[in-house]
Design a protein around this ligand. Sequence first.
Ligand SMILES: [Zn+2]
Ligand SMILES: [Zn+2]
Length: 246
Amino acid sequence: MINTDLHIHSCFCDGVDLPETIVLEAIKKGIKHLGIVVHSFVPFDKDFCLEENRYQEFIAEISKLKSKYKDKITLYAGIELDYYSTPNVSGFDYVIGAVHYIEKNGEYYSVDLSPEELKRAVEVGFFGNYMEFAKEYYLLVSKLCERPCDIIAHFDLITKYNDKYKLFDTESNEYKNAWQQSANELLKHNKYFEINTGAMFRVGKKEPYPSTEIINYLKERGAKFILSSDAHSKSAIAYNFEDYEK
Ligand SMILES: [Zn+2]
Ligand SMILES: [Zn+2]
């Protein structure tokens, strides 16, 4: 049984629950290794992240809970470091690298906020060309190998709304080349990849990130994986893990 979940957000950033509420729920669910993470600070979108001057407060809170519950669970303080954040990761137990935005002509477009925002990004920044947007996304993901991160978050986040809106063809060679180049780069740096069930819980996505095709490609090349829920509420902790244990 998978008893580890290292990607959970609390109310320190855009999650709803207190860290302690998360810890208690995780113990109830039989989790033995739990990582609570914050979204790193990005100055252009303050709604989802934690101010840098509060990082230590978060680490201190997790540290307090580590001792309080040490007989029941092993707790870690992580940071989900956005590509555009300052790589200030001191004091955190581990780092999950992520691309949530694409910068174009000085504007930062969210990759996953909503279908409307995605449409605006592609129309304004990429002349309506979703494939160019996807290629730019994977280029930035490949550059996460230069960041101090241990784990790559939601590798194909760009597909979040694709089940529903068919924005670009994930079967096309152009798309495959884009993600494969990115995957190859990250494989060279021996990063862990997430199998992330977050969007299955939140928007009813059919598969976790990344797609089965990408998981198989990575597995064949010796990639290491962790299973994570990217939970933003306690009910999503370890969501659907039983389906992806292997
Ligand atoms: Zn993320
Ligand atoms: Zn996250």
